[in-house]
Write a protein that binds this ligand. Sequence first.
Ligand code: LER
Ligand code: MN
Length: 271
Amino acid sequence: VRPTHLSAAVTLGPDGHAPAYFIRSPRETLSKLKELGYTGIDLLLRHPEDAENSGLDRILEQLNISLVSILTGPGKSVDGLSLADPQTSEAAVQRVISHLVYARRHSAKVVLGWLLGWLPEGAARAPAAALLAESLRRCAVEANRLQVPLLIEPLNRYETNVARTAAEALEWVQLVGGGLGLILDTFHMNIEEANLVAVAAQVATHVEHLHLADSNRLAPGAGHLPMEDFLAALTDAGYSGSVGIEALPVPDSETSATMAMAWLRQRMAVL
Ligand code: LER
Ligand code: MN
């Protein structure tokens, strides 16, 4: 594997629950990641104004670190936005477009996970699904216009019922008429996919970024997933994109980021 970037998921402030790193300040977080050998970050971001207010652009430039992707989930967890909910879908679409504009400045990708929302059961499902498809179509049109990759992330059953597997995510991509890619997260795949190595090979051509965490959502190597086979399957199928670590900051961000990089260095050398 010769990935274009080795990145790690980060937050702009302390958040003990997120699978993302934070060390006292954005500058300290990014300095440490740089020192460890990471070349990019995946940023959990509520709104681009939060990044601007934190002076992130300057820090990225000074440290020569790339913004690889924006993880848009805080738009749901903090502001309650959902592309499938009639009450908030318009604001959710506008939020995604704000992210796309910010991402374009950084040649970054934008990831949709929690913002996909949660579809109701029964008779209300079809209209909500139609609204979601229409919202996604509007986002995809804008992403294509701005030339920003917009990726769907399949999440496990406790976090969404929209797309839990890569196959389900690809159904949405087809329904929307293309213009969307996929990001695979091994933590979610371990819960939902029958065989994450086989799936990696099957969908590799749609994949544009990765979230690596082991079965327990700790750094690769700390659990029991076949992480090496997963990466090899993607590489054999032609994947040559970025590789991102998205792990819980356990026992702390610095230790996890260090362990993950040690694991990556070993695998990159042998694959
Ligand atoms: C959510 O569980 C996830 O995997 C993230 O990428 C969301 O920020
Ligand atoms: Mn993820």
